[in-house]
Ligand binder design. Structure first.
Ligand SMILES: O=C(O)c1ccccc1NCC(=O)[C@H](O)[C@H](O)COP(=O)(O)O
Length: 261
């Protein structure tokens, strides 16, 4: 069993438990459920930086990145830095995150928030909306085409943007459909943890122009982004490079200045 299989097996149990504890009606009656979500795809299209900055305490590939920060400070810092959106990892077991992190980020920031999660069930999309997310992530490696269609249509019906993540041509070809807003190429192979920006560079021609192209993982320099832009990428998801510092917001701010100067 690879790490992705393990995460998904645990996620199925976790979602079943959560469903038994919190009924859909309760999620739907939350204050944030009625909130209009700003679009991350639109923000990326009109941005000169394209940065989506992530809150990431730890990960299967790197173990601990930074456990000592307050998620609200990180969210405020990212917003002040001028990022287009913030990604909040909500998985507890492997990433040390939670839905409370999303809620806390929402209370202090107005930028689009992405629920970074291993979504396998529409219930998790309702949770995302109820906790202030504007965008959900769907991972092609763990979903069938039919599941991607059902889950992305659920998200669109709730006014959320959808970022669909792929790692290779096969995942990309099975996933293309109109209910997606952004296509993300993950430079990290989630089964082996190997990271290479070549993954983004090799897949860009096959992503139709209707989708905002996002390059994810392993991005740590302004030069890398300038190069990825040549391939048509408009969004850049960065986690560890910001989160490993004492002040991710300040680091993101310096990074964005380097990109836009
Ligand atoms: O980051 C991991 O080790 C990981 C392992 C298994 C599944 C997903 C994983 N990461 C999720 C992500 O996609 C990244 O957090 C995100 O793209 C940011 O990456 P980075 O800038 O390299 O922290």
């Amino acid at each position: 069993m690879n790490i992705l299989d393990k995460i998904v097996a645990d996620k199925r149990k976790e979602v079943a438990l959560r469903k038994s504890l919190i009924p859909v009606k309760q999620l739907e009656s939350s204050v944030l459920f009625g909130r209009k979500s700003p679009s991350l795809a639109e923000a990326l299209r009109s941005s000169s930086s394209g940065i989506i900055a992530e809150h990431k305490r730890r990960s299967p590939s790197k173990s601990v990145i930074n456990q000592g920060l307050n998620v609200q400070d990180v969210a405020k810092g990212y917003e002040e830095a001028g990022v287009c959106g913030m990604s909040v990892l909500t998985d507890g077991k492997y990433f040390g995150g939670s839905l409370d992190d999303l809620l806390l980020a929402r209370t202090v920031a107005n930028i689009p928030l992405l629920r970074k999660e291993f979504i396998i069930d529409a219930y998790q999309i309702l949770e995302a909306k109820a906790h202030g997310a504007d965008v959900i992530l769907l991972i092609a490696a763990i979903l069938s085409r039919d599941e991607i269609k059902t889950l992305s249509e659920t998200a669109k019906n709730l006014g959320l943007d959808v970022l669909l993540e792929v790692h290779n041509e096969k995942e990309l070809q099975k996933s293309i459909m109109p209910s997606l807003d952004m296509l993300g190429v993950n430079n990290r192979n989630l089964k082996t943890f190997e990271v290479s920006l070549e993954t983004s560079k090799s897949l860009f021609t096959q992503i139709p122009d209707d989708f905002v192209k996002v390059s994810e993982s392993g991005i740590s320099s302004v030069a890398a982004i300038q190069e990825l832009r040549q391939y048509g990428y408009q969004g850049f998801l960065i986690g560890e490079n910001f989160m490993k510092t004492d002040n991710p917001g300040a680091h993101a701010s310096e990074f964005i200045k380097g990109l836009t100067s």
